[in-house]
Design a protein around this ligand. Structure first.
Ligand code: NDP
Length: 293
């Protein structure tokens, strides 16, 4: 195995220390404590795990965590009412509605009811538009975490050919926008892309955000390329044990790539750290204070 391992777990731990320092300075200098409200509707087990760890890390960096757990029978009117209340609450600087929502709720309507200034997930249509036009936006956490790892490893990304596999609104599209913003030449691939292997072989940077276990094999990777694996897939072994794997086949890709993120311990920890960073940013903007870099 030759590739340099991009250790998202260690990077995120360092980032959380910087965030905690910033939070402490906000409190000491201005008497302000950033607050993050997380809304979970229903009993989805994976969502419950995410919400629990988001709440824990929010408190660990010294911020306030407000958790709202609602039954899966919650009406759209009640959910919109809660969001209106959080929008108006000065102690809440960031609002996150955990997706996916139960089927009877209109996710677009719900997300677009969040005050864009508190939309720390960056999914509100205003933030999507701001990011797309290169203006100051709340940037979706997972792609932001990927960008941080790439910048840390490469320095400048200018001129590199990035192939993003996946075109979802939460990962693929904003990832492509961010890479374009850093002057990469960007290709977005998806399930209808003709000859995906040939496309990926051209990439200096591959970002896989597909949701298919080990889909990308090492012989798709250009020697020395950087591979960012966003995928989180739970697989069951013959003996019934389960484990998490990414969208790339780690061993064969690591043998060819110049750098690669592991799963777990790569992009995943960066996502929560970026959520905390976005909450501090939202808090600073709300109070007219200098933002963390
Ligand atoms: P979506 O299901 O919303 O999107 C998947 C994308 O992959 C779609 O654009 C789809 O194409 C494309 N795709 C599916 N099959 C193929 C194929 N055979 N070849 C090429 N493209 C394909 O997923 P998300 O973007 O929400 O998530 C992607 C992965 O990232 C998942 O494993 C998810 O768990 C993980 N994830 C990880 C996070 C983290 O913190 N690490 C955060 C968010 C997600 P089409 O549009 O044509 O259907």
């Amino acid at each position: 195995m030759n590739a340099h391992v991009l250790d998202g777990k260690a990077f995120a731990a360092k980032l959380r220390i910087t965030i905690a320092d910033h939070v402490a300075a906000l409190q000491a200098g201005h008497g302000i404590v950033p607050g993050l409200a997380v809304v979970l509707v229903g009993e989805d087990p994976a969502s419950q795990v995410y919400v629990r760890s988001k709440g824990k890390m929010t408190v660990e960096v010294g911020m306030r965590s407000f958790e709202h757990r609602l039954p899966d029978t919650t009406s759209e009117a009640d959910l919109l009412g809660l969001i209106a209340q959080l929008n108006a609450d000065p102690a809440v600087h960031g609002i996150l509605v955990q997706l996916p929502l139960p089927g009877h709720l209109n996710s677009d309507l719900v997300i677009n009811s969040i005050d864009p200034a508190k939309d720390v997930d960056g999914f509100h249509i205003s933030n999507v538009g701001l990011l797309g036009t290169g203006q100051k936006a709340m940037v979706p956490c997972t792609p932001l975490g990927c960008l941080m790892l790439l910048r840390d490893h490469h320095g400048s990304l200018a001129g590199k050919h990035a192939v993003v596999i996946g075109r979802s609104n939460i990962v693929g599209k904003p990832m492509a926008q961010l890479l374009l913003g850093d002057s990469c030449t960007v290709t977005i691939a998806h399930s209808r892309t003709a000859d995906l292997p040939a496309m990926v072989r051209q990439a200096d940077i591959v970002v896989a955000a597909v949701g298919r276990a080990r889909m990308v094999p090492g012989d798709w990777i250009k020697p020395g390329a950087t591979v960012i694996d966003v995928g989180i897939n739970r697989i069951v072994a013959d003996d019934g044990s389960t484990s998490l794997v990414g969208d790339v086949d780690y061993d064969s890709c690591a043998a060819v790539a110049g750098a690669i993120t592991p799963v777990p311990g790569g992009v995943g920890p960066m996502t929560i750290a970026c959520l905390l960073a976005n909450t501090v940013t939202a808090c600073c903007r709300a109070n007219g204070l200098a933002e963390p870099e």
